[in-house]
Design a protein around this ligand. Structure first.
Ligand code: P5A
Length: 443
């Protein structure tokens, strides 16, 4: 992509409304624009990031055996009356009336809709288990939308729903999502700690939040320090095998959000292992048994011929919130530092003297070679000064910068800078391209 043709409205000034680094940087780097409180447009660079996050979430859901579908954003109030949540959900629900005076709502979550879909097609235990998911915009009329996309009113969520014959089977589905979430966040360069959590309006009595530790996080959390650097289970996990030991390993040690915090249990953790911190909730999993299936009559026949309500769980990932969480965990004074796996572009090419024949030719050939390798670099071919190009490239945080100018080319050299370490090396264009092809292909 040529920057001269792209749409990258970066800001020089720090927007005063942005209180935390990720919000400031998302606005400054031209990723999003606020349209109204808690509602954002995703500009081209932001959309690429969002798609990368979504792709990783989707790949890991598929790997764990969940099946993708798509439900609408607008739902009928009728469904929510059946479950009893229409009134209970309160002011956070955006209620709409259509031209026929029918009550509708912009979905804050989809338990009711998927229960209704399930009950109209599945009638027997033989069709279980089922795990379905979609990635769709949600709306919650939050009292205090803040921190940019971290607490939006409109936000993108991946939500999965499991249907099982009984509690034991439902626990296996819960474990699948529990393990797959750890792998999902780890692939994005995030260390997520699962913590016992309150179930709130979703319901049930078993729930874990997946927390990224960050000073600017909204929740106060308490956990055993060993959980913080525990490696993710890994992509070769056998999802058909027994996942309980892997889950037990991560739930045996104390970890809880403030809502369910038990000070006495926390004090039983050795003092040097006690961590009291703040965190960002990037996902949450719930087992709520028959809370929806019972009132909504989502029953299946059992081997004994009797019909019983199906056991359910739901599992959410805050896809758009993760964009903010990744920046919160990966930035410096100059700007964002994208982990390779989610970077909107992996490589930026900086032309230090646009209009210089030899420099232009070297940049064009680098650009074409990287395009041909499927690496899609962002080529800064604008007429801006070198200094402006450097700071813009640091601000938008692409992992690799290939810097090409007349002075280096005289000696047959270009410069390669790694954004994260700041390390620079001078090498021939061919050697630089080889190195980029190797390091970028591995993500
Ligand atoms: C689980 C999936 C649910 O809604 N129903 C379907 C369950 N869970 S949840 O915890 O309420 O939300 C799931 C994840 O969505 C993100 N999230 C938000 N992101 C941005 N702005 C918001 N206002 C917002 N609210 C929730 C969180 O990452 C949460 O874990």
């Amino acid at each position: 992509m040529r920057l001269s043709r792209y749409f990258l409205p970066t800001l020089k000034e720090t927007p005063s409304e942005a209180k935390i680094a990720s919000h400031r940087l998302m606005l400054r780097a031209g990723l999003v624009r606020q349209e109204s409180a808690g509602i954002y447009s995703w500009l081209p660079l932001g959309l690429k990031l969002l798609k990368n996050i979504e792709r990783i979430v989707r790949e890991e859901q598929d790997r764990a055996g969940a099946v993708e579908m798509l439900m609408p954003t607008i739902q009928s109030a009728e469904l929510w009356r059946e479950s009893g949540r229409y009134d209970a959900y309160g002011k956070e629900m955006l209620r709409i009336t259509d031209r026929h005076n029918r009550e509708m709502l912009y979905g804050p979550t989809n338990e009711e809709m998927l229960t209704a879909i399930f009950r109209s097609f599945c009638k027997s235990y033989k069709e279980l288990p089922k795990m379905l998911y979609h990635i769709q915009w949600k709306f919650r009329d939050e009292v205090r939308p803040r921190f940019g996309v971290m607490r939006g009113r409109e936000f993108l969520m991946k939500d999965s729903y499991s249907f099982d014959v009984d509690e034991a089977a439902a626990r296996r589905s819960y474990n699948r999502m529990f393990i797959t979430y750890l792998n999902t966040f780890s692939r994005m360069g995030l260390q997520a700690v699962p913590m016992r959590a309150e179930t709130g309006p979703i319901g049930g009595d078993l729930s874990h939040e997946f927390i990224i530790l960050a000073e600017t996080g909204e929740s106060a959390v308490f956990c055993h320090k060993d959980l913080v650097d525990m490696p993710a289970p890994g992509l070769d996990v056998d999802f058909d095998g027994d996942l309980q030991p892997l889950v037990d390993e991560r739930t045996a040690l104390y970890a809880a959000t403030e809502d369910v915090h038990d000070e006495a249990a926390f004090m039983a953790v050795p003092e040097d292992k006690r961590l009291s911190a703040r965190g960002i909730e990037v996902g949450q999993v719930f087992y709520f048994g028959t809370k929806y299936s019972e009132p909504m009559r989502a029953n299946v026949s059992h081997p004994d011929g009797k019909e019983r309500p199906v056991h359910m769980g739901s599992y959410g990932v805050g896809v758009s919130r993760i964009a903010g969480a990744i920046i919160e965990a990966n930035h410096d004074d100059e700007g964002i530092i994208w982990p390779l796996a989610v970077a909107p572009f992996k490589i930026g090419i900086i032309n230090l003297r646009q209009g210089d024949e030899q420099t232009d030719a070297a940049c064009e050939s680098a650009w074409k070679a990287l395009e041909a390798a499927g690496l899609e670099p962002l080529y800064d071919d604008t007429a801006d000064r070198a200094g402006a190009k450097f700071s813009r490239m640091d601000l938008i945080g692409l992992p690799w910068q290939l810097i090409i100018g007349p002075r280096g080319l005289k000696d047959g050299l270009v410069e390669l800078k790694e954004r994260a370490s700041g390390e620079r090396q001078n090498l021939s264009l061919d050697a630089a391209l080889d190195l980029l092809r190797t390091v970028c292909a591995s993500s």
